[in-house]
Design a protein around this ligand. Structure first.
Ligand code: GLN
Length: 251
């Protein structure tokens, strides 16, 4: 514990290892995460076990950046995880996570693999998506255009490249959430249909537009899984909805 109550930099170290930096630097951070990663739905998922339903399958964009920690957290919450590297990996997903990393590198990877259009289609079809940090940037008007927001990169400035802050996030029960910000963006502009969920120093750092959720911090690097639960709750609602619609159509 630091004098200000902040935690030591273990999470940042993990983030650095997990790929803030050039492609390939993710390997160190991903190594242990990959081992724990079941590809495809896991039948034993807690989400599905209680009521006999299958666990949801969540894709985690794994071109670059901190995808392994997201995958671990989703697994802990009972979801099946698919690492997304090519368009075919997007088939049959119930939700998608776009992790933090480096948005320029991620953009190049998305273009190289032809992932932009299929991800846009997922968003348009209403598939719940969570973007964190660089993932928030990827969702904005100038990148995938999945959300009516404009991100300001590295918005907190060089002096404050990385910090932690307790933030109130609308829609989350319980105490404030410890947000881990690493060269984080903030939301500089947003349209009317975007709901701002949290702010730091008056700048929006979390928002949702329908079932697309963007956070400027690294929700995957703390033990607090409430942001991922928001995503999975949206996924559950949507599956419930399509099941009801399917039952209606069939009967
Ligand atoms: N600063 C990075 C960018 O602009 C984002 C950092 C992160 O994802 N932690 O792409």
């Amino acid at each position: 514990m630091g004098a200000d109550g902040s935690r030591p930099t273990d999470s940042r170290t993990e983030m650095r290892e997990a790929g803030i930096g050039p492609i390939g630097s993710g390997a160190a951070g991903a190594a242990d995460g990959r081992e724990a990663l079941a590809i495809g739905p896991i039948g034993s998922g807690v989400a599905g076990a209680a009521d006999g339903r299958e666990a949801p399958t969540i894709g985690v964009l794994a071109l670059q950046g901190g995808f392994a920690a997201h995958a671990r957290m989703l697994h802990r919450l009972g979801a099946g995880v698919v690492e997304v590297r090519v368009p075919a990996d997007l088939q049959a997903l119930d939700g998608l996570v776009i992790p933090g990393g480096e948005s320029t590198t991620m953009t190049l990877g998305i273009e190289r693999e032809g992932l932009a259009e299929p991800i846009r289609r997922l968003a348009q079809a209403g598939t719940p998506i969570l973007g964190s940090c660089a993932g928030l940037i990827m969702l904005d008007r100038e990148h995938l255009g999945a959300m009516d927001i404009l991100a300001a990169r590295n918005a907190f400035g060089r002096q404050l490249r990385s910090f932690e802050a307790d933030i109130e996030v609308r829609g989350l029960d319980g105490p404030p959430l410890r947000g881990i910000f690493i060269r984080a963006p903030w939301i500089a502009e947003h349209g009317d249909t975007v709901e701002i969920l949290a702010e730091v120093d008056g700048h929006p750092v979390a928002a949702r537009q329908g079932d697309i959720i963007a956070v400027a911090f690294h929700s995957e690097l703390s033990d607090d899984d409430r942001v991922h639960r928001l995503l999975l709750a949206a996924v559950d609602r949507r599956r419930e909805h399509s099941r009801a619609a399917g039952a209606g159509a069939g009967g």
